[in-house]
Design a protein around this ligand. Structure first.
Ligand SMILES: Nc1ncnc2c1ncn2[C@@H]1O[C@H](COP(=O)(O)OP(=O)(O)OP(=O)(O)O)[C@@H](O)[C@H]1O
Length: 649
């Protein structure tokens, strides 16, 4: 059999050692209510068995191993209200409260599990009808004991009470004289969390206290649902403030604050509920959600309080009003008793197991109960605690400082990065400006090159025209007009250029833009007779003489331009540039290439291979034409067919 939970010691015993005793675990008592009439009617079976006074055995209905839970006390359904009061040792808590400790009793469990019954007995049967003394709950019994105890003390004791409920996460004063309104929960160093403007009523008799209790119970919200006809829809906290003359030496911090002394608080938590099981709708469902949420927050705090390391740091008590108001009882200086209530029905087993686990965890939570602070000199234990507190504060401050420091470092890095970015931006702007200037220079170079190109193209044209006129001197009769050679076969391999037209109209081939042959020119009638210059060798026409802008012949060469051979023309860079001028790429910058002494117009010609081929072809054609003009007869008329009329390549 698996066993969960650990037996607890008696907090009162350890607290008797001094005002601030050792760490004390939360006391947990388990109460199993009897089967209700409705559960018996439905024939539900019990899944819980109490074995001994401190162990509860859970038998799953479908079989399987039993699970045992061990608590400070386990009470089955046969136990009376008085048994519960005795088992819970509430009197000891009352004694501690009288000595200035802060004590809390709270009930916890599923809806309809008997929490309210355990604390205050069954709901009153009618208006003003007191609960039968035998059914009175822990609270009434404690009240009776306390007032009797105070009477027997023989010393003046001031008793005061407050009663509030947390409904839908709002705090309402159940003892307020006016209509209840939400009250704020505040915190200060001396009091911890407290409810502002909460009415604290002084009472001197049991009857007066019972009246206050009845007043609060009647105001507390309750509704009927499937599992409970009088289900509490709020968490209720009734607090008794006990002050004795000895502790009244310490003045209250602010007006209206209860005098420093012991406290005994009874907390009746609303029950956790599965909305599907209770059938809650509308407002009931909203209430159920709020109840479950705050219980979850409480369970979370309890789980965190189990870890001693986490306990020193942050517990999210601020997550709900309930955890705020229970902060001192759970994790502070209080003495706490939890009464876990469960239903025995197997139908409720999932919720019962949840309650049992919750209670098991709670009883491993420890508090460090602290009594009233004596006036005057600080106790050594207090000094030690203060030192620890200051150390912790110091550590937190250092941490914050480090974080701020790292933020400062990040700020410096940001500033550095911004400065760098600004410098980069400046650099980019300068480079941009430089590039703009360069582009502008390139544009003007391109425009210059285009102008030169136009001039050169005209010069080429003129030169070609003159060359053609040389050829026509040796063409006796016009041949039938065949198409331009480029339309018949590729120009490059063809070395036969027909006699070119020398008329002033200068028609060009529409495809290759070469001057048309004389017999291909549509205006042959415009042919002008060539005037031969007697001074020129071999009767070269004047028009074919080199123009003034033509490059000089190579040194030592006696040849005239008309007699230049292939290699002569190859070396004539001017002509090459003339022919390739139209291919100048405007966007190409005029980068220096070749010999630095070379004229600027020659640059770039060598980079255009197709033009070089065309130039080569033209050179051959010109050379061939010149040779043919001197040695071959013109083709006979009437021949036809492709290539007819041309000499063989
Ligand atoms: N030990 C018990 N003996 C007899 N009847 C009981 C006992 N415990 C609870 N009951 C009855 O069971 C019903 C539900 O009890 P109670 O209202 O106390 O449950 P609860 O846990 O407070 O529920 P809720 O969370 O909904 O307020 C009531 O009618 C109550 O009288």
């Amino acid at each position: 059999m698996e066993e969960r939970g650990t037996p607890d010691g008696d907090p009162a015993r350890s607290l008797e050692q001094g005002p601030e005793g050792p760490e004390t675990p939360i006391q947990v008592v388990l109460r199993v209510r009897p089967m209700s009439a409705a559960e018996l009617r439905r024939g539900e079976q019990s899944a819980l068995h109490c074995s001994g006074t401190r162990t509860l055995q859970v038998s799953p209905p479908g079989g399987g191993p039993d699970v045992a839970f061990r608590f400070g006390a386990v009470l089955d359904g046969a136990r009376t209200q008085e048994d519960v009061f005795q088992a819970c040792r509430v009197r000891r808590l009352g004694e501690l409260a009288l000595r200035g400790f802060s004590c809390t009793v709270f009930t916890f469990g599923q809806t309809g599990s008997g929490k309210t019954y355990t604390l205050t007995g069954p709901p009153p049967q009618g208006e003003g009808m007191p609960v039968s003394p035998s059914l009175a709950g822990i609270m009434q019994r404690t009240f009776a004991w306390l007032l009797e105890r105070v009477q027997h003390l023989g010393a003046p004791v001031t008793l005061r009470a407050s009663y509030l409920e947390i409904y839908n996460e709002q705090v309402h004063d159940l003892l307020s004289l006016g209509s209840p309104r939400p009250l704020p929960v505040r915190w200060n160093k001396s009091r911890g969390f407290y409810v502002e403007q909460l009415r604290v009523v002084e009472f001197g008799s049991l009857e007066a206290l019972m009246e206050l209790l009845q007043m609060g119970l009647s105001r507390r919200r309750s509704s009927a649902h499937t599992l409970n006809q009088a289900s509490s829809r709020s968490h209720a906290l009734l607090t008794l403030y006990i002050s004795r003359p000895a502790s009244q030496k310490v003045p209250p911090v602010d007006p209206g604050e209860p005098p420093v002394g012991g406290k005994l608080c009874f907390v009746d938590l609303a029950g956790s509920e599965k909305v599907a099981a209770t059938g809650s709708r509308g407002e009931l469902m909203v209430e159920a959600n709020n109840i479950n949420r705050s219980l979850l927050a409480l369970g979370h705090c309890i789980s965190l309080l189990l870890d001693p390391q986490r306990k020193q740091s942050h517990i999210p008590f601020r997550d709900s009003k309930l955890t705020k108001l229970l902060a001192d009882s759970l994790g502070g200086r209080g003495v706490t008793l939890m009464v876990a209530c469960v239903s025995p029905s197997a139908q409720c087993l999932p919720e019962t197991l949840s309650t049992l686990r919750y209670a098991s965890r709670a009883q491993r939570v420890t508090t460090r109960p602290q009594g009233p602070k004596p006036s005057g000199m600080k106790q050594p234990q207090n000094v030690e605690a203060e030192i620890l507190q200051l150390r912790e504060e110091n550590r937190c401050l250092r941490l914050q400082l480090d974080q701020m420091g790292s933020k400062g470092f990040q700020g410096a890095r940001m500033a550095w990065a911004q400065r760098n970015l600004y410098a980069m931006l400046q650099e980019f702007m300068l480079e941009n400006e430089r590039l703009r200037k360069e582009v502008s220079q390139l544009h003007s170079s391109r425009d210059l090159a285009r102008g030169e190109q136009r001039v050169l193209a005209q010069q080429v044209h003129e030169l070609q025209r003159r060359l053609l006129s040389v050829c026509t001197l040796h063409q006796p009769a016009p041949a039938p007009a065949p198409p331009c050679p480029c339309l018949v076969m590729p120009a490059a391999p063809c070395r036969a250029l027909p006699p070119l037209c020398s008329c002033p109209c200068c028609h060009l081939c529409p495809v290759c833009l070469a001057p048309l042959a004389r017999w291909a020119c549509p205006q042959q009638e415009c042919h002008v007779p060539q005037v031969l210059d007697p001074e020129t060798p071999r009767g070269m026409p004047l028009s074919s003489q080199p123009p003034p802008w033509a490059p000089p012949c190579s040194p030592g060469s006696a040849k005239i331009p008309g007699e230049r051979n292939h290699s002569d023309w190859t070396q004539t860079g001017v002509l090459a540039e003339m022919l390739t001028g139209e291919e100048v790429v405007p966007s190409a910058p005029p980068l220096p290439s070749g010999s630095p002494n070379a004229p600027p117009i020659l640059r770039g010609a060598a980079r255009i291979p197709n033009l070089a081929q065309r130039l080569e072809a033209l050179r051959h054609q010109i050379g061939s034409s010149l040779r043919r003009g001197q040695s071959q007869p013109p083709p006979s008329e009437g021949t036809s067919g492709p290539g007819r009329g041309f000499p063989p390549c």
